[in-house]
Design a protein around this ligand. Structure first.
Ligand code: CP3
Length: 339
């Protein structure tokens, strides 16, 4: 998610003006920005500084990320004539700067895992079709229902783009991958199953042989959570609308969970934030396979001191291993990501 970095003064100091695409294209800058929250907060993992539109921008579709707005497209995707505008990604040629950033980071990070990522076919398609962030996804749904053949052809190409990008990030050293289908929660279960699930399944199975954990995330996905799980991820990202307890009840035992503190809660008084952090931990109840995270991205106005207290509180939480034995050699609060 658009994460810890953007609320930091050190981020604003080096980010510069203009499109985030320009920052992503500079490996030294992108490396430094990725490292800032790790250095400051001592988190257990970090996410690459890039964006879900990086690959589609790199193949020349004509996408930019407008500050304060999000992805915008000069000539949106409307007809079959637009399909050839989405050619295959050659990561070493099209996004060498991403791979250089990943290599730099892996060299600097030591034991801290780097999460690579891609946009899922549906969420990327929604930007290409709408031309800008949308509330209703009206044009996207019109194309989906109106021309299923073209829809499938578009999402198939976007799946190939995501696979190529994720594979190249792992080859360069990323330790996990996250597939962002941020806006899939706008769909009914039936539409998700017919129009999205096959394509997201293709992406996740297209990286299954790489032997890195695969995380799958969307916002407001309670009603489609089990379908999203069926796409094949090892970890499901959960936003704050669903408790981890209920998410686990729906998901079953074979999948880990990531989440899910409401980012808006960070604006409440300190004791409320602490209670809410405890509530997330209590909802997971020390079951193995919990990556503590916010339920969506850090809001830019968030006070970094509040985030520091959250990280410290989660690290101080002693996990009861449940087998009645202490595990002093392995602090249960460290590297919670990989159990
Ligand atoms: O934040 C980080 O350092 C992690 C890297 C990251 C970014 N975008 C950088 C970014 C990641 C993982 C993303 C993913 C992303 N991008 C998603 C999926 C995750 C999610 O948050 O739901 C989506 C939907 C996008 C598309 C996008 N990019 C939007 C909607 C925006 C918001 C515009 C705004 O200013 O609020 C962006 C811009 C963006 N991408 C920022 C960052 C840090 C915002 C600040 C900036 O431009 O410097």
């Amino acid at each position: 998610m658009r994460q810890a970095g953007r609320s930091l003064p050190e981020y604003r100091a080096i980010r510069g003006e203009g499109s985030i695409i320009d920052a992503i294209r500079q490996p030294d800058l992108a490396t430094e920005i990725t490292l800032q929250p790790v250095r400051r907060y001592g988190v257990d993992a970090c996410i690459l500084y890039s964006d879900i539109v990086t690959p589609i921008e790199a193949i020349g579709f004509g996408v930019d990320v407008a500050p304060g707005v999000g992805p915008v497209v000069e000539r949106p995707f409307r007809t079959a004539a637009d399909l050839p505008r989405i050619r295959p990604l050659e990561p070493e040629v099209d996004t060498p700067y991403v791979l250089e950033t990943v290599r730099n980071l892996v060299a600097e990070l030591g034991d801290v895992p780097l999460i690579g990522f891609a946009g899922a076919p549906f969420t990327v398609a929604s930007y290409l079709i709408e031309g800008k962030p949308s509330r209703t996804y009206a044009l996207t749904k019109a194309l989906m229902h109106g021309d299923p053949t073209l829809w499938d052809a578009l999402l198939d190409r976007l799946a190939d783009l995501a696979i190529a990008s994720l594979r190249s990030q792992v080859a360069a050293g990323a330790s996990a991958v996250q597939l962002f289908d941020s806006w899939a929660g706008a769909l009914s279960p039936a539409d998700y199953q017919r129009f999205v699930l096959p394509h997201s399944t293709k992406v996740l199975s297209g990286v299954a042989d790489l032997d890195v954990p695969r995380i799958h995330f969307g916002v407001g996905t309670g009603e489609i959570l089990t379908l999203m799980r069926d796409a094949g991820a090892d970890v499901m990202g959960i936003d704050w609308r669903l408790s981890l307890d209920e998410a686990r009840r729906r998901l079953g035992p074979d999948v880990a969970v990531q989440g899910n503190l409401d980012p808006a809660v960070l604006f409440a008084p300190p004791e409320v934030v602490a209670e809410q952090v405890d509530a997330v931990l209590a909802s997971n109840a020390d079951r193995p396979g919990h990556v503590f995270n916010l339920g969506h991205g850090v809001l830019p106005e968030t006070d970094p001191a509040v985030l520091q207290r959250v990280v410290d509180q989660v690290h101080a939480h002693a996990i009861d291993p449940g087998d009645g034995e202490a595990h002093p050699e392995e602090p249960a609060t460290k590297g919670a990501m990989w159990r």
